[in-house]
Design a protein around this ligand. Structure first.
Ligand code: ADP
Ligand code: GN1
Ligand code: MG
Length: 370
């Protein structure tokens, strides 16, 4: 059985323009959406590494649009990086084309696969071990946004409509509570009440966007620490990855999602909630790095609202985890029972701690804004 599975995977690899013998294929990374494998290939006595991914087509319905975004954004980034004297092969994702010249392979069973060059001598962290790494990630995400400032946004497909429309996410959450298809709602009344109590805050960002008070930019929208590679030799932020959700959005989404993940003193799925809190030291480090990476491009209103971005992205993520828990765990990949509930609880505990530290969060932004 194992051999048969391996055979099938190797056949998939042969659809791409890579030559040589496949030595190994192993599950890789800690993403919640796609299935990622590290592929090692031997060619003329040399070993080469690639990333092979099965694209989650339940989440991304329009794979052509998704890959068109990625091809457009990566080639644009490569040009900008080259102009600035950087190393485009290491600083931007590089898609390996299929033998038919496509950017991904759709198998007869409908599953979709893509390959990237593996970025070597670089690391992805699942938690902040050293503030320096978090600083580097902040600068890299800020720089990513700055590099894409003039990217023609009208060319981008909305790969997940209303991805960070927190108000719409709230409506979806309310439906999941009402439908309660798994009979789990009564066991999470506290969490539901916590979210419901913050209903009025949900539209703080989208209302200001609609009024023109916040600018629409090309943003990454999924700025977890493990979506940026850090150069192992220099310790510098190297390459922003996981470009599936690059779409028009708010800078506050990118700032907020990074804080949600990296400035939490615990893991996203920690079960001991006493370990969850906002690390103000890491929050400050990120503010500093992000503003540096954005190169002065954030408006007064964006700067003032950075803490709101952090809180809303955390609340939204907690709400999404709970929605998925109530709906039978069909969206985020889970690795244990109640995994999505555990993830939801850390997010809500983090929101509560941000509320306690609200004044300090603003004071820290004020320190770096000029
Ligand atoms: P997901 O959408 O599931 O999060 P990602 O595209 O983020 O998928 O990939 C999952 C993990 O695989 C990343 O966190 C990173 O560790 C690793 N990875 C992805 N692309 C590359 C690459 N080109 N080079 C090296 N590692 C990569
Ligand atoms: C997912 O793909 P990954 O694991 O980097 C999710 C994000 C969530 C995050 C929570 C496309 O990110 O929106 O914030 O999990 N990505 C998608 O960890 O839904
Ligand atoms: Mg990822």
């Amino acid at each position: 059985m194992q051999g048969e599975v391996a055979m099938k995977k190797q056949e998939l690899i042969r659809e791409f323009t890579v030559e040589g013998t496949v030595l190994s294929m192993q599950e890789y990374g800690n993403g919640h959406i796609n299935r990622t494998e590290l592929v090692e290939i031997e060619r003329d006595g040399r070993r080469e590494k690639y990333i092979f991914q099965q694209i989650n087509t339940d989440v991304f319905k329009d794979v052509d649009g998704l890959m068109e975004n990625i091809m457009g954004v990566t080639s644009y980034l490569r040009e900008r990086i080259e102009e600035q004297g950087g190393a485009p092969d290491r600083e931007a994702l590089q898609v390996i084309p299929t033998k038919n010249g496509g950017s991904y392979y759709r198998a007869p069973d409908g599953k979709c696969y893509r390959m990237y060059l593996f970025i070597s001598d670089a690391v992805c962290y699942d938690a902040v071990k050293r503030p320096e790494d978090f600083y580097e990630s902040a600068e890299a995400f800020g720089n990513f946004q700055a590099l894409l400032a003039d990217y023609p946004a009208e060319k981008l497909h909305e790969t997940i409509p209303d991805f960070h429309n927190t108000g719409k996410r709230f409506a979806t959450f309310c439906r999941a509570v009402r439908d309660d298809i798994c009979g789990r709602a009564s066991s999470v009344e506290q969490e539901i009440a916590f979210i419901m109590a913050r209903e009025e805050e949900m539209t703080a960002l989208t209302d200001r966007l609609a009024k023109g008070e916040l600018p629409l930019r090309v943003t990454h929208n999924d700025t977890k620490l493990n979506n940026v590679m850090i150069d192992s030799r220099t310790g510098k932020g190297l390459c922003v990855i996981d470009l599936d959700t690059v779409m028009p959005g708010l800078s506050l989404y990118d700032f907020g999602d990074s804080i949600r993940f990296g400035a939490n003193t615990s893991a996203e799925d920690e079960t001991d909630l006493a370990k969850v809190s906002l690390d103000l030291g890491n929050y400050e480090v990120f503010v500093k790095g992000y503003l540096k990476g954005c190169r002065g491009s954030l408006t007064e209103k964006e700067l003032t609202m950075l803490p709101v971005g952090a809180k809303l992205m955390t609340l939204e993520c907690g709400m999404r985890f709970l929605t998925d828990y109530l709906s039978g765990d069909t969206y985020f990949r889970i690795h244990r029972e109640h995994h999505n509930l555990d993830r939801c609880r850390t997010q809500l505990a983090l929101v509560a701690d941000m509320e306690r530290k609200w004044a300090q969060m603003h004071e820290i932004v004020a320190k770096y804004r000029d």
